[in-house]
Write a protein that binds this ligand. Structure first.
Ligand SMILES: Nc1ncnc2c1ncn2[C@@H]1O[C@H](COP(=O)(O)OP(=O)(O)O)[C@@H](O)[C@H]1O
Ligand SMILES: [Mg+2]
Length: 402
């Protein structure tokens, strides 16, 4: 038995899917290092309580304890974006293989990431790291409006602003107060459609590629609470429109030094068709994307993640057999979910395409995030059928809050 430390500060359902997948592989002892109690830990896994599962010290101390009880550690893994650097530091301290500190830093720090990508000649937004209000104003003069201002290490559109004038910029900078050690990132605003480019990379080779289309981009969804976000996995990604990103995507992994990882990159397609790399994480995507990939390929991608990371292998060929799409349910208003209307009408029209759904739960406090309070996943061999079904779902189902 090889011992795997799976760090999950909190055991959310999205994370548990990866824990269960790791536990389903034969020959591994999965020790879940968490701040949560043992009751949520899946059967067959061990529970290890940690005071702070987001700190290097907490992770290292827990891993040392695990090693003392069960012997050497095979891998230290985790899904959460904001612990990737800590996991890498813990691996380095304990001599455990996996994504290294420098690679984790390049994938976490959006300023460093873009500097490395631009130096390699890969297309990405012009950017400036801001350590003061004045540097923000100077960046605007150099780059021009609109600008995007965001934390260098954010996630889920947290504190991300699109600004179109000095007045708006002044307002945002006054709120963010960038300073040395608490920098903000200013980026040229990229116009275009937004997509993901996800890979399974093993020993530096991209062995699997995936593309998802965002309808619309997350920032537009965040800024307009009436928009219900949709994400589509097209039936085929081997089309001329995607040829440029197939060329650029694997180079991004290469120049960042990604060795063995499930990666999640985001990119824009400019109106002229050229790609602009937005950001990359050396971890699987959130927001049901791994589930979407599973439905599009008739393959369990949670398990594929576990095989890639724990066994450094992938079962190929992986064939794309379907288009799949997810509609994220939410609505305008504040408070708690009061009603979910017209589900029956949507069911009547597209129910035969639905493969998975979680409706907003009445009484639950509103989730302001672009993922909303529930989702519906549809699947069909034809991309247009999937897109049409998503449109019907978001035009029909209404979530009300009170
Ligand atoms: N330079 C940019 N140009 C246009 N839109 C951007 C830019 N940077 C970010 N965005 C928008 O903001 C969203 C969140 O930014 P991102 O860098 O992906 O951070 P996060 O880690 O929060 O996902 C993106 O998905 C995109 O919609
Ligand atoms: Mg993003």
């Amino acid at each position: 038995m090889r011992t795997v430390v799976f760090v999950a500060p909190f055991l959310m359902e999205a994370t548990l899917k990866f824990v269960r997948a790791a536990a389903s592989l034969p020959g591994f002892r999965i020790v879940v290092v968490t701040q949560d109690g043992p009751e949520k830990v899946p059967q067959g896994c061990h529970h290890w309580r940690v005071g702070d599962g987001t700190s290097v010290e907490g992770i290292v101390e827990a891993a040392r304890g695990v090693a003392k009880q069960w012997g050497g550690i095979h891998r230290i893994v985790g899904i959460l974006e904001n612990i990737q650097e800590q996991l890498a530091a813990a691996r380095e301290i304990l001599g455990v293989p996996g994504t290294t500190r420098i690679v984790a830093e390049r994938c976490r720090d959006k300023s460093l990431m873009k500097t490395v990508l631009r130096e390699a000649g890969l297309p990405c937004a012009k950017h400036r790291l801001l350590r003061s209000h004045d540097e923000g104003m100077a960046a605007a003069k150099e780059i021009g409006f609109p600008l995007v201002i965001k934390p260098p290490d954010g996630a889920g559109c947290r504190s991300t602003y699109q600004v179109s004038s000095f007045e708006e910029l002044n307002h945002v900078l006054t709120e963010l107060r960038p300073s040395p050690g608490h920098e903000a990132l200013a980026e040229e605003f990229i116009t275009g459609d937004e997509f993901s480019f996800d890979t399974i990379t093993i020993h530096g080779k991209v062995l699997f590629k995936n593309i998802l289309r965002y309808l619309p981009g997350p920032l537009d969804v965040t800024r307009n609470e009436w928009i219900q976000w949709c994400v589509v996995a097209p039936r085929t990604i081997d089309t001329p429109e995607f040829a440029p990103i197939h060329a650029v995507g694997p180079k991004v992994n290469e120049v960042l030094g990604i060795h063995t990882a499930f990666t999640h990159m985001e990119w824009f397609r400019r109106p002229d068709g050229s790609p602009v790399v937005s950001e990359i994480g050396a971890r699987p995507p959130g927001a049901q994307f791994t589930t979407l990939m599973s439905y599009a390929h008739g393959r369990n991608f949670y398990r594929a993640w576990a095989q890639a990371i724990l066994e450094e292998r992938i079962e190929i060929p992986i064939e794309r057999t379907h288009a799949a799409g997810c509609a994220y349910l939410r609505g305008p208003g504040q408070g708690r979910v009061a009603r979910v209307l017209n589900v029956d009408k949507a069911q009547e029209r597209v129910g035969h395409l639905v493969v998975e759904a979680k409706l907003p739960q009445v009484g639950k406090p509103k989730n302001a995030h672009y993922e909303g309070d529930g989702y519906v996943i549809v699947r069909h061999p034809d991309t247009q059928v999937v897109e049409q079904a998503l449109k019907i779902i978001v035009e029909t189902i209404r979530t009300e809050y009170a």
